[in-house]
Design a protein around this ligand. Structure first.
Ligand SMILES: O=C(O)c1cc(C(=O)O)c2c(n1)C(=O)C(=O)c1cc(C(=O)O)[nH]c1-2
Length: 612
């Protein structure tokens, strides 16, 4: 078949798969944490937030993206109207959540990372101030997956932001004046920053990107007042660099022992071994622990790095004051697929069928499993596939390790086919929401498999260090995107909506059982949280990969806001003007996205909706 023929076939398969809705049921295992009688609640670890505002991308420290606002309901959401919209002035992958603090909305764009403050009190919400940090253009050349920025954080009168060229900056929220800026990394080494900072007890927590460039990952805490660096916890290397000390008590034996961040790697490989920290950070104020994931070990070609490659592709619990590691768990020991481990961790309380209550976290990993972990100890309570998984056969709860299918591990010079999920995973960075009202997670994700061939790779500072040829294509069913409503206490899908393109936006859930999400072909949708029934949709100019938010405006009304501007890894074919006929583009993602150019165009705007 010709390449064009193959693409046409792929398109028609994908189209057939678009927008179907499924209701699913599978028997649950014998596990008191997997039982219809198990209950969830927001729990004592979640402080009561002011639902009128949205001060951090994840809404709250627990990363719920859940709002208690009730004006917009399943009955009246069909009447939602666009009340204002403004272009950001930048066209590219807009992944950020707008922040709303008091009477102002704050938006950050992809590179060059402009910040816009909109006055919500004036008609049309005109800009109040803008800030341009002027990152160096060289940062564009080393970002792996588009030039994105996932948002900012508000804390005590200041806005905290990161730039693609490795600065963290504090701005006066009232005026946009720069208060301090601190350089955290080196673009010349391939380091960038795309993640949203989180402020915890006066520390701004920031992690780096560059796992595809031989960067060594870290999470850094800065003093929110002064910008000075309080601590840095590396994701590889000796215990002293990883801030592993006497308090470190991982649940699984394979995470215990001295200097595993060195000893689980070939000599010196940990220095260029990845484990970057580019996802969302959660915080439990009661346990006083932060939770965050570490990304893939580098290079992708795993034959260059035998061993578990600690502490990559896992999750750390740390104390925010000094960064001390408390526990670690590795989703994907010796990750062979770039499955990373940075997806968000949503904190809530769970009561098992036998009436034991534990503080847990839920995590939908790129490796295809939704995990529920005890967040005090790091023990895995359950792990169940939420997408088609061929690369492993379940997770062994005794060891915590996935049962990998050896025959599907890619090798150098040979193409291994039908690896599911693809490198981008069952779900990538796009954050899910959690409703304590329905007890469900609303997971935006993709349905992609891949073929992969390992390549020899040599490390040259500041250049790609991947060592793999990959080719992504739709998974079973032919649709490339899914919104799944998932019960973490039965490990069952309750309903799902198939979308033609990967669902690369965040989701938000409200107390009235409305869930919002966006599609890469530019639909912003509201669905019923209990059934998945479509209730409303609006067509934006460009595809939506941003994180929707909801807030109470100065007039007392409930608003919904979202950014459009297609891009990210999945949308790089449009945002980076890649040739749709060259399937190797964006490390093989373009092969699955050749038709996106026909469905949407570049953009970048904020859209705000309300009832009349
Ligand atoms: O290893 C890394 O440092 C790193 C960084 C990033 C990033 O900063 O955007 C992504 C990834 N990896 C990655 O694996 C990935 O799937 C991904 C998707 C996206 C996106 O914004 O759509 N970024 C990234």
């Amino acid at each position: 078949m010709t390449r064009r023929g193959a693409i046409a076939l792929l398109l028609s398969i994908a189209w057939l798969g678009a927008c179907r809705k499924h209701v699913h049921s599978e028997p649950a295992a014998q596990n008191p944490w997997l039982d219809a009688a198990a209950k969830v609640s927001l729990g004592t670890g979640t402080p009561a937030e002011d639902d009128g505002q949205w001060t951090m991308p994840a809404k709250d420290y627990a990363n719920t993206r859940y709002s208690r606002l009730t004006q917009i309901t399943p009955e009246n959401v069909k009447d939602l109207k666009l009340v204002w919209s403004q272009k950001t002035g930048v066209e590219g992958g807009h992944e950020a959540a707008p922040l709303v603090v008091g009477r102002t909305m704050y938006v950050v764009t992809p590179f060059p990372n402009h910040v816009l403050a909109f006055d919500l009190e004036k008609p049309g919400s005109p800009p109040k101030w803008t800030y341009e940090p002027k990152p160096v253009p060289a940062a564009r050349g080393v970002a792996c997956c588009d030039l994105v920025n996932r948002g900012m954080a508000f804390w005590e009168g200041r806005i905290y932001m990161n730039t693609l060229d490795d600065f963290t900056i504090a701005l006066d929220a009232a005026t946009g004046a720069e208060v301090w800026r601190t350089k955290l990394g080196e673009v010349t080494r391939g380091e960038t920053i795309t993640m949203a900072p989180l402020v915890v007890k006066g520390h701004v927590l920031v992690g780096n990107s560059g796992g595809e460039m031989g960067v060594r990952g870290w999470l850094t805490a800065l003093d929110a007042k002064t910008g000075s660096i309080a601590w840095r916890a590396w994701s590889t290397g000796p215990d002293r660099d990883v801030l592993i000390g006497p308090e470190f008590k991982p649940h699984y034996a394979s995470d215990r022992g001295a200097d595993l961040g060195v000893r689980t790697w070939p000599v010196e490989q940990w220095r260029i071994g990845g484990g970057t920290v580019w996802g969302f950070v959660s915080y439990d104020p009661e346990l006083d622990l932060i939770y965050y994931g570490t990304a893939n070990p580098g290079p992708w070609n795993h034959e260059a790095r035998p061993g578990d490659n600690k502490w990559t592709a896992g999750i750390f619990a740390r104390r925010p004051s000094d960064g001390a590691a408390i526990w670690f768990y590795q989703w994907s020991p010796h990750d062979v697929y770039d499955h990373d481990g940075v997806n968000e961790n949503v904190l809530f309380d769970a009561t098992s069928a036998d009436a034991k209550t534990r503080k847990v976290l839920a995590h939908a990993d790129r490796n295809g499993y939704v995990y529920v972990l005890d967040r005090v100890t790091g023990e895995v309570l359950s792990a169940a596939p939420f997408v088609h998984v061929s690369s492993s056969n379940g997770v062994d709860l005794a060891s915590g390790r996935p049962n990998m299918v050896a025959a599907l591990a890619p090798t150098t010079g040979k193409v291994t086919r039908n690896i599911c999920p693809a490198s981008a995973g069952g779900k990538d960075w796009q954050p899910m929401s959690f409703s304590p009202h329905t007890g469900l997670l609303y997971i935006p994700h993709q349905n992609l498999c891949m073929d992969e061939e390992g390549l020899e790779s040599n490390y040259v500072e500041g250049t790609p260090y991947v060592g793999a040829n990959t080719r992504f294509y739709p998974g079973p069913g032919g649709h490339r995107g899914v919104l799944t409503a998932w019960n973490p206490m039965t490990a069952r899908k309750v309903w799902s909506i198939d979308e033609n393109f990967p669902v690369w936006s965040g989701t938000v859930a409200t107390a009235t059982d409305v869930v919002f999400y966006g599609t890469m072909d530019g639909w912003f949708k509201a669905v019923h949280a209990r059934t998945g029934a479509e209730l409303w949709k609006f067509k934006t100019d460009s595809g939506v990969i941003g994180q929707p938010v909801t807030y109470r405006g100065p007039d007392g009304k409930q608003y919904i806001a979202v950014l459009d501007g297609v891009g990210g890894w999945a949308g790089a074919v449009v945002s980076n003007d890649l040739d749709p006929l060259d399937g190797t583009g964006a490390i093989g993602f373009v092969h699955a996205m050749a038709d996106l150019k026909n469905a949407t165009k570049k953009g970048g705007a904020v859209y705000v909706f309300a009832l009349p």
